[in-house]
Design a protein. Structure first.
Ligand SMILES: Cc1cc2nc3c(=O)[nH]c(=O)nc-3n(C[C@H](O)[C@H](O)[C@H](O)COP(=O)(O)OP(=O)(O)OC[C@H]3O[C@@H](n4cnc5c(N)ncnc54)[C@H](O)[C@@H]3O)c2cc1C
Length: 423
C-alpha cells in the first residue's frame, strides 16, 4: 500500500455534492482532494454523447423546476437549459390524444394527503382515503415511479413536505442542452489541478476528533476533515465503507432513510417514427397502460430519435439483464404505437442502460424517507466530532432531496460547515 498522503480536506465522491463542495471550499482558499471510486466523475449523473453529439442521459436527466443553485451554475458556465414538454399522451385506438384529465385526477388525490402527528405509509393512507380504486392505483403508480419507492414504506409526511416545497413549478422539467454531464465537467475543470483522484475506492475511514486516515484499495490518505458524499445505498451496504470506530450516532437516521430503485432505458431509432402519420405528432410523455415499461418520453428536441422508458419501485431490482430489458422495451413500444416488434427492431440503432440498482458505487437510484423518518435527513447530515461531514442528495433537508439540486445544496451546506469548523 502506498505511503500516507496528507490533505487538509478529503471529499469522498465526485458527484454533484462532492464537486460543488470542492468548488466552494477551493474558492474559500481551502485545499481539498476528492477521492472517487469510479473511473469517471459525475456519479448518478452519467451523460453519453450520441454520434451527432446529442446527449443521452443514463442517470439524472431533468432539472425539476427552478432551483436557484442549479440555475446559478448554468449561468456561471454559460450553459442553456430548455423546458421539457409536459404534455402527456395516451393511445386512443386510432392515434394519440393529450391526457390532462388523469394528471388532474392524480393531483387531486395527492392533494388529499395530509401531514399527521402519527406518520404512515402511502399504502396505509390510501387504504383509508375515500377515492375511487382507479385514483388510488394512479397515486400508487405515480409515487412508486417518480419517487422510485416502495409504497408500503414511503412516509406520507415527507411526501406532503416535498410536494409543498416543490409546488407546481417543481413538476415543470428542464433539460441541459449539452447534457447534465457537461455541467459537472465544467465544475471539475474549474478546480485546481490534481484535485480529483479517480479509481480510488474508499474502503475504510479510521477517525478521531484529531482527523482521519482514509484507506482505499490501493492507497492511504490523511486529512483533518473528511466529507462523505457516497450514496445512502453504499453506506447501508454491509462492508462497503467501514468506519472505525463505527458511526453509532448515524445508525437510527440511516435506518429511517431508504434507497429507492429505478431503471431507465434509452432507445435510439433511425428516425423519430412517432412523429409520422399526422396523428398529433406526439412529443412529451407517453403512458403505456399495462405494458412492462409503462412510462416513456421523447428526447431533447422534437426530432431527436430517442425514446426513454422508465420504471421505479422495488421490482426494478430484478431488471438487470440488458437484453431482456430491451425486449420489454420493444414489446411496450409495439403495444403503445401499434407497430410490429420486428419493424421496431429494424429501426433500432442503439440502446443505453445503466444498472444503478446493483452498481457498487450507487446501490440504488435515489432516496426517500421511510415512515416516521422526516428528521432523518437532518440527523444524517450532522457532522461527527468536527472530523466527518456529510453531503449528498440524501442529506438535503430543504425539500430538494433525491435530486441533483438537493445534492448541490448539500455540498454547499457541508462546505460552509467545514469552513466554520476553522481548520
Ligand atoms: C436513473 C436515475 C435518474 C435520475 N433522474 C433525476 C432527474 O431527472 N433529476 C434529478 O434532479 N435527479 C435525478 N436523479 C437523482 C440524481 O442523479 C442524484 O440525486 C444526484 O446525482 C446525487 O448526487 P450525489 O453527489 O448526492 O451522489 P452521487 O452522484 O451518487 O455521487 C457520489 C459519488 O461517490 C462515489 N463513490 C461511491 N462509493 C465510493 C467509495 N467507496 N469511495 C469513493 N467514491 C465512492 C460514486 O462513484 C459517486 O461518484 C436520478 C438518479 C438516477 C439513478
Amino acid at each position: 500500500m502506498a505511503a500516507k498522503k496528507d490533505s487538509e480536506i478529503i471529499i469522498i465522491g465526485a458527484g454533484a455534492a462532492g464537486l460543488l463542495a470542492a468548488d466552494a471550499l477551493s474558492r474559500a482558499g481551502k485545499k481539498c482532494l476528492i477521492l472517487e471510486a469510479n473511473n469517471r466523475i459525475g456519479g448518478r449523473i452519467f451523460t453519453v454523447l450520441e454520434k451527432n453529439h446529442f446527449p443521452v442521459e443514463l442517470g439524472a436527466e431533468f432539472i425539476h423546476g427552478r432551483p436557484r443553485v442549479t440555475w446559478d451554475l448554468l449561468k456561471r458556465f454559460r450553459m442553456k437549459a430548455v423546458p421539457v414538454s409536459n404534455v402527456r399522451w395516451r393511445q386512443n385506438g386510432d392515434g394519440f390524444r393529450q391526457d390532462s384529465s388523469s394528471w388532474e385526477r392524480l393531483s387531486q388525490t395527492l392533494s388529499q394527503l395530509k401531514s399527521a402527528k402519527k406518520d404512515r405509509s402511502l399504502a396505509s393512507a390510501l387504504s383509508k382515503m375515500k377515492v375511487s380504486p382507479l385514483a388510488k392505483e394512479m397515486a400508487e403508480r405515480f409515487v412508486r415511479s417518480y419517487h422510485a419507492s416502495d409504497i408500503r414504506k414511503i412516509s406520507v409526511n415527507d411526501l406532503v413536505f416535498q410536494q409543498k416545497t416543490s409546488g407546481d413549478e417543481g413538476m415543470r422539467g428542464y433539460r441541459i442542452v449539452e447534457g447534465y454531464g457537461a455541467l459537472l465537467g465544467n465544475l471539475a475543470a474549474a478546480l485546481p489541478s490534481r484535485s480529483i483522484r479517480l479509481n480510488q475506492t474508499v474502503q475504510e475511514i479510521r477517525w478521531s476528533r484529531d482527523g482521519a486516515e482514509i484507506l482505499t484499495q490501493k492507497s492511504r490518505f490523511k486529512a483533518a476533515r473528511v466529507l462523505v458524499t457516497v450514496p445512502l445505498g453504499v453506506l447501508k451496504y454491509p462492508g462497503a465503507l467501514v468506519f472505525r470506530p463505527a458511526l453509532r450516532a448515524k445508525e437510527a437516521a440511516l435506518k429511517k432513510l431508504e434507497m429507492g430503485f429505478a431503471a431507465r432505458l434509452s432507445l435510439i431509432f433511425s428516425e423519430p417514427f412517432w412523429q409520422n402519420g399526422g396523428r398529433g405528432n406526439p412529443y412529451g410523455f407517453f403512458q403505456a397502460e399495462g405494458a412492462a415499461i409503462p412510462i416513456w418520453w421523447t428526447g431533447l428536441f422534437k426530432d431527436s430519435p430517442v425514446l426513454t422508458g422508465w420504471m421505479g419501485g422495488p421490482e426494478t431490482q430484478e431488471l438487470n439483464d440488458f437484453n431482456l430489458f430491451i425486449r420489454h422495451g420493444l414489446e411496450s413500444l409495439s403495444g403503445l404505437f401499434g407497430l410490429d416488434q420486428k419493424l421496431l427492431k429494424l429501426k433500432l440503432r442503439r440502446a443505453y442502460f445503466h444498472d444503478w440498482n446493483s452498481d457498487p458505487f450507487s446501490r440504488g437510484a435515489y432516496t426517500y424517507c421511510g415512515v416516521g423518518g422526516m428528521p432523518a435527513r437532518e440527523e444524517f447530515a450532522r457532522p461527527v466530532e468536527r472530523t466527518i461531514f456529510f453531503a449528498g442528495e440524501a442529506t438535503d433537508n430543504s425539500g430538494e432531496a433525491s435530486t441533483v439540486a438537493g445534492a448541490f445544496l448539500s455540498g454547499l451546506r457541508a462546505a460552509k460547515e467545514i469552513i466554520a469548523s476553522a481548520i
